[in-house]
Design a protein around this ligand. Structure first.
Ligand code: FAD
Length: 455
């Protein structure tokens, strides 16, 4: 059986390789960097655990639990502390807990009476049926109102995509919202009936899904996958050219060349744009450089518990643009999971940059810590200097599924049909969350087209 080349050892590529290998398909994973995991990077220093990239996985598919089980990692998986259930959103410079029930919604100070009426009216707003692709902002303004956009959706979009609701496509970035409107006529009805349907199909609705991590951070998962792959994983091996041959593909890296029956590209969209390709049908990947990836910096700061006034009794806080802060939001890391900070200390993970203020992400470390501390001082009553700092600059962090993104997705499908044995999976195609990436990797490994032609 000819082997499958997998380009990129992020969670997508590692998952695909792990399951292909289990099926007995020979795989080689080429990773440009010196370690596996892609944007998943956990590090422990001075008793603090810092996540440079993602912090949590939302368990939206049974495939996610299956992967944990297949890797024997169940004993190391940890769920958030049940006391940390508040999700704060900032209003008038104060974090206010998001309402978690209808009764709380009626009394919350997070939304005005006008916004509460807008939500009550939402089921009666007719769905749009002309097929025009709207931005998230256009969609929310049509179905709800400006305040919902500014106070609920804008901070959510910053928290998930570090994106701009005026640019992101509701169809591609939040497909479930559009589906709710198209199928049930309303978001509220969709939330209710959609969750029931998802339950029946075995999928878990985002509302019911649980977040998790591991005792030593998310890298536990990618390290375990890398260990399983052993010699099949080639680090420091950036693939720079693909050449279609009579029997498959020649993969060229800076270390040499190898022949494979098929290739699954699980790298990033911006690196795909740089990849040279020689194929029977002329192909060019340069268009993928048009996909926006705004810069983001994550800053993990540690403080003495007594230097933070806020109870930190929650997941974290999101910050709307109209509140005029520098940070996009903060995860209360040490409230969420144990062992993120030494006893009597707390760890707070904040994000800076994104589409909102991209220029801030590349500030020098000292300036960056200063501006994060200033925001934390106002919002959480943090005083004094941090006792621990760790930051990571992502020059191109998360692919933005902006209006018109369908053109890139269609092109990937077209290339797959033209270039036999070449496939794509990962966050630039199948959704940006870790759950989406795991499912994308699983689906690639289950796609018989990838290995059937290899015998
Ligand atoms: C700061 C940040 C915070 C996030 N927080 C969360 C969160 O809390 N929860 C969540 O669900 N999601 C989160 N995400 C999103 C999620 O982490 C990613 O979408 C997901 O990890 C993408 O995985 P991937 O394997 O598709 O890509 P990546 O992790 O980007 O991996 C791609 C790999 O391919 C390699 N590569 C690229 N080109 C080549 C080449 N030519 N040759 C060889 N190797 C190549 C790269 O070096 C890289 O290692 C976050 C993302 C970021 C950046």
């Amino acid at each position: 059986m000819k082997s499958v080349a997998i380009i990129g050892a992020g969670i997508t590529g590692l998952t695909a390789a792990f399951y292909l290998k289990r099926k007995g398909v020979p795989v080689t994973v080429y990773e440009a960097g010196a370690c596996a995991g892609g944007v998943i990077q956990s590090s422990r220093q001075n008793g603090f655990l810092a996540e440079s990239g993602p912090n949590t996985i939302l368990e939206t598919s049974p495939k996610i639990s299956e992967l944990i089980r297949d890797l024997n990692l169940e004993a190391r998986r940890i769920y958030p502390n049940p006391d940390a259930k508040n999700r704060y959103v900032v209003r008038d410079k104060k974090p206010i807990a998001m309402p978690s029930s209808q009764a709380e919604f009626l009394t919350t100070k997070l939304f005005s009476t006008r916004a509460k009426f807008a939500l009550a009216r939402e089921p009666f707003v007719p769905p749009r049926r002309d097929g025009v692709e709207e931005s998230v902002a256009e969609f929310v303004l049509r179905r709800l109102n400006q305040e919902f956009l500014d106070r609920a959706i804008d901070p959510l979009v910053a928290g998930i995509y570090a994106g701009d609701p005026h640019k992101l496509s509701v169809k591609h970035a939040f497909p479930k919202l559009l589906e709710a409107e198209q199928k049930y006529g309303s978001l509220l009805k969709g939330q209710f009936f959609g969750a029931r349907e998802q339950k029946k199909s075995g999928e878990i609705s985002r509302r019911d899904a649980k977040f998790f991590s591991f005792d030593e951070g998310l890298q536990v998962l990618t390290d375990a996958l890398a260990t399983q792959l052993g010699d099949s994983l080639k680090l420091n091996s950036p693939v720079n050219k693909l050449t279609q041959t009579e029997n498959g593909w020649r993969v060229s890296t800076s270390n040499g060349e190898a022949e494979h029956g098929s290739v699954i590209y699980c790298g990033t969209a911006f690196k795909l744009a740089e990849l040279k390709i020689e194929s029977q049908t002329p192909l060019n990947f340069s268009i993928f450089s048009e996909i926006r990836h705004p810069p983001v910096t994550s800053a993990v700061l540690g403080f003495r518990r007594e230097d933070v006034k806020h109870p930190l009794d929650g997941f974290g806080m999101l910050i709307p643009k109209i509140e005029n802060f520098k940070i996009l939001g903060t995860i209360f890391s040490s409230s969420l999971f144990p062992n993120r900070a030494p006893e009597n200390f707390v760890a707070l993970t904040s994000y800076v940059g994104g589409e909102r203020q991209p220029e801030l992400a590349s500030l020098p470390a000292e300036k960056l810590v200063e501006l994060v501390c200033e925001d934390l001082r106002v919002l959480l009553g943090v005083k004094g200097k941090p006792v621990f700092t760790h930051h990571h600059f992502w020059p191109r962090a998360i692919p933005q599924y902006n209006v018109g993104y369908g053109k890139f997705k269609n092109l990937l499908t077209e290339i797959e049909s033209q270039a036999r044995g070449l496939f794509f999976a990962g966050s630039f195609r199948d959704g940006i969350s870790l759950g989406d990436s795991i499912v994308s990797g699983c689906n690639a490994a289950d796609d018989s087209k990838i290995f059937d032609g290899n015998e």
